[in-house]
Write a protein that binds this ligand. Structure first.
Ligand code: AMP
Ligand code: GLY
Length: 427
């Protein structure tokens, strides 16, 4: 039995908590800081996931054997290196990459150069700083439109601008490098070719040499139906992805996944954990839009329910470097998740609305995102509030069930998109 500490407080972590707590290998299970949903599966600790000192203390106090970082921040800040550099903590298994490995997500310039070195298909690009501002403007002027401007570092999902013309592109570029819109994170900028295609999210779990392919997913990022309006963290997700057929996935593994895992190894970058490939299919061919060093949210809420293996066992195999011994099993059932959000999200929204209706839900999994427990009541506590996930014989059936149950949850200002999975509708 292993004592486990999961870091994070979103829908992704609630789905991971649901899964981990089912393992016969799971000992005492903690989530820092967690939410009202994770409290059903383990013990929430009032510790921020970026407070490494407090995490270290909790690990000693609760005899933690395994840490699973949910979000990117602790990984990019070096939680792995922090744990491994402390003699009292270094026996702990960390299911996530080193700080060097997390640069795949933490630095777009790093990830673009990495892909270039390993011949991994991605959009053509150049990188610029304040000192090369004029060259950047010239690059924009001779490029085809639209064009994509990306802050190098983490910018809370706001660091990407798709510009329709050169004036818009220069404006975004100037705001990032000259006006330091995202501080240090935009002191370097990647300017890249716009790829026109359909996106999907592919996930692997690697021990640094071998990897297992997890179910793939598609998420819906815009706030409005018909994929309109502002970008959000994600309003829903489906798995599997019908257009990710065997032929396409073979290209993905041969051209993208295998060269990524072996490229990291060749460069002596220790990477044991999840890799999230944000891909785009253009005329049948896969390209990398971005790497993430963690699982996606809300993708986790559909891929983890479809993973039939014991996740703790996978983590132990990862530690031994023996993921090649694991046969990964994906459920033949589809899964569909609908995210309930707060009125006003992704802009300003209120917290603290009383939530009811949980007991009337039948046949769906409820993964809490922004919720908190107060005096025995569940209150909204974030923009994305609750993911309603269901299984079905196909995506349409899964989503019908999720929508049936989404209607039964009540709180003031509830909003959700009613068209998740629209392009895959079947009878
Ligand atoms: P990110 O914040 O890095 O996830 O990027 C946000 C979104 O911008 C992606 O999910 C894509 O929809 C879009 N995007 C980023 N790069 C490109 C590109 N080169 N071509 C087309 N769309 C892109
Ligand atoms: N759903 C996209 C992400 O987690 O980045």
């Amino acid at each position: 039995m292993k004592n486990i500490l999961l870091l994070g407080s979103g829908g992704r972590e609630c789905a991971l908590a649901w899964k981990l707590s089912q393992s016969p290998l799971c000992g005492t299970f903690f989530i820092a800081p967690g939410n009202a949903g994770t409290a059903e599966y383990g013990i929430n600790l009032p510790v921020s996931y970026n407070d490494f000192e407090a995490i270290g203390k909790a690990c000693i106090e609760y005899k933690i054997d395994i840490i699973i970082p949910g979000p990117e921040d602790p990984l990019v800040l070096g939680i792995y290196d922090f744990i491994k550099s402390n003699p009292a903590l270094r026996h702990i298994i960390v299911a996530g990459p080193t700080k060097a490995g997390a640069q795949l997500e933490g630095s777009k310039a790093f990830s673009k150069k990495f892909m270039e070195r390993h011949n991994i298909p991605t959009a053509a690009y150049q990188e610029f700083t304040k000192d090369s501002f004029e060259q950047g403007v010239a690059y924009i002027k001779r490029s085809e439109m639209p064009i994509v401007i990306k802050a190098d570092g983490l910018a809370a999902g706001k660091g990407v601008v798709i510009a329709q013309n050169a004036a818009e592109a220069v404006k975004a570029f100037r705001a990032m490098v000259m006006d330091e819109q995202f501080g240090q994170a935009s002191s370097k900028v990647v300017i890249e070719q716009f790829l026109d295609g359909i996106e999907l999210s592919v996930f692997v779990f690697t021990d640094g040499t071998n990897y297992v392919l997890l179910p793939e997913a598609k998420d819906y990022k815009r706030i409005g139906e018909g994929d309109k309006g502002l970008n959000t963290g994600g309003m829903g997700a489906v798995s599997p992805v019908p257009f990710a057929d065997d032929e396409f996935m073979l290209k993905v593994t041969e051209r993208i996944i295998t060269p990524t895992v072996s490229g990291l190894k060749q460069e002596d970058i220790l990477y044991q954990g999840f890799i999230f490939f944000g891909l785009i299919k253009v005329k049948g061919e896969p390209y990398v839009i971005e790497y993430n060093c963690r699982l996606g949210d809300p993708e986790t809420e559909v891929i983890i329910p479809r993973l039939e293996n014991d996740l703790v066992e996978l983590i132990l195999k990862m530690e031994e470097g023996k993921l090649d011994e694991v046969a990964v099993q994906h459920s033949s059932r589809a899964a569909g998740a609908v995210m309930l959000v707060s009125e006003g999200y992704p802009g300003h929204y209120e917290k603290g609305m009383i939530m009811t209706g949980f007991d009337s839900v039948k046949g769906s999994l409820l993964f809490h995102a922004g919720t908190a427990l107060k005096d025995g009541k569940v209150l909204t506590n974030g923009g994305r509030v609750l993911a309603v996930t269901s299984y079905g014989d196909n995506i349409t059936k899964a989503l019908e069930k999720s929508y049936e149950n989404a209607a039964l949850i009540s709180y003031s200002g509830k909003y959700y998109r009613r068209d998740i999975g629209w392009e895959f509708a079947e009878k």
